[in-house]
Design a protein around this ligand. Structure first.
Ligand SMILES: Nc1nc2c(c(=O)[nH]1)N[C@H]1C(S)=C(S)[C@@H](COP(=O)(O)O)O[C@H]1N2
Ligand SMILES: [Mo]
Length: 315
């Protein structure tokens, strides 16, 4: 990893400058960081950045007054293990990921199971701007203007039966398109779950866009979940199946390390990850850490879901 060659000499100029700009945006400073991260990416083209004038948001802060994270950071620093465990490599690796044709099967304990074409979902449900915080379990966060619609609206369409207690989500399974699925450490495909009342909460969103544009592949196109009061890993990308089930589903992260990643995964500054504190977070683009808020700042909208539950045990 160590080299004396400045990355300006080993990387085409425009990529060097866009990376440099991104690293500054992301608050990563120092030549060391620049060279180290240039190592892994010198031969990969950066994903094209849209003309900034085409990006749209109605506000520049979220409801609680925090500034939006710049588009370059939202689309250039991603967790998506199907592509890479290196957050800065995902965008380039994902740029040719085909998001059409794409269908989402909604099935299980429902009266009207249905497979939806993604373009029908885009037409059927009004795409609303929803500015939410995403707090990663790794203690960094962003504020992101998504477009999407309520998960509840889609679930109502298929009429869950009274037997349905949980919702299980499954990402695409495809070793050709997802190089990371050939690595044996995880149980693929990526799966996640919500309890029925969590899924019906107005904040639980199916996102199709960001900053007024269709989602780019690295952010989970064409359809991904956003559960803003939970750690980011619950917000599963590239969804192909949504099943209503009776028993609590497991998840990729529970299967990988159940002592570190629970089913609920509510953002909780009081409950540390076994290997680090969850008390503070680094907002991408800022230099000083900030305190993490209970339920990621959405207590008034979701705390009632957990009345009477011990959230230390149910982490
Ligand atoms: N299919 C899939 N979904 C996923 C992940 C993943 O690796 N694969 N990573 C999760 C994690 S850990 C986070 S923090 C968020 C990151 O979303 P973003 O890249 O849009 O910021 O996606 C989540 N959804
Ligand atoms: Mo995450």
């Amino acid at each position: 990893m160590s080299t004396k060659i400045p990355s300006s000499q080993i990387t085409p100029e425009h990529i060097y400058f866009s990376r440099r700009q991104f690293l500054q945006t992301a608050g990563v400073v120092g030549a060391g960081a620049l060279i180290a991260s240039a190592c892994g990416t010198t031969n990969k083209p950066a994903a094209p950045t849209p003309d900034p004038s085409t990006l749209k948001t109605s506000k520049d802060t979220d409801e609680l007054g925090d500034k939006l994270t710049p588009y370059t950071a939202v689309t250039g620093y991603n967790n998506y293990y199907e592509f890479s465990t290196d957050k800065e490599d995902v965008a380039a690796l994902a740029q040719d990921f085909p998001t059409r044709p794409w269908t989402v099967q909604v099935s299980g304990l429902v009266n009207k199971p249905k497979t939806f074409d993604i373009d029908d979902l885009l037409k059927k449900f009004t795409q609303q701007e929803r500015i939410y915080r995403l707090r990663c379990v790794e203690a960094w966060s962003m504020v992101i203007p998504w477009q999407g619609f309520s998960l509840a609206d889609l679930l109502k369409e298929v009429e869950p039966t009274s037997e349905a207690k949980y919702v299980k989500f499954t990402s695409l399974s495809n070793k050709t398109l997802f190089p990371g699925q050939s690595a044996g450490w995880y149980t693929w495909p990526y799966v996640e779950g919500l309890r029925m009342d969590e899924a019906m909460n107005e904040l639980a969103t199916l996102a199709t866009g960001v900053y007024g544009k269709l989602l780019p592949p690295q952010n989970g196109a064409p359809l991904r979940l956003i559960v803003p009061w939970k750690y980011g890993f619950k917000s599963i990308k590239a969804i192909v199946k949504i099943e209503l089930v009776k028993d609590m589903p497991s998840s990729l992260w529970m299967a990988a390390a159940s002592n570190e990643y629970g089913f609920y995964a509510n953002v909780n500054p009081e409950v540390d990850h076994p290997r680090w504190s969850q008390g503070t977070e680094r907002r991408i683009g800022e230099l000083t850490r900030r305190r993490t808020l209970s339920f990621n700042g959405y207590t008034d909208k979701v705390a009632a879901l957990y009345q009477g539950m011990d959230l230390r045990k149910n982490f």
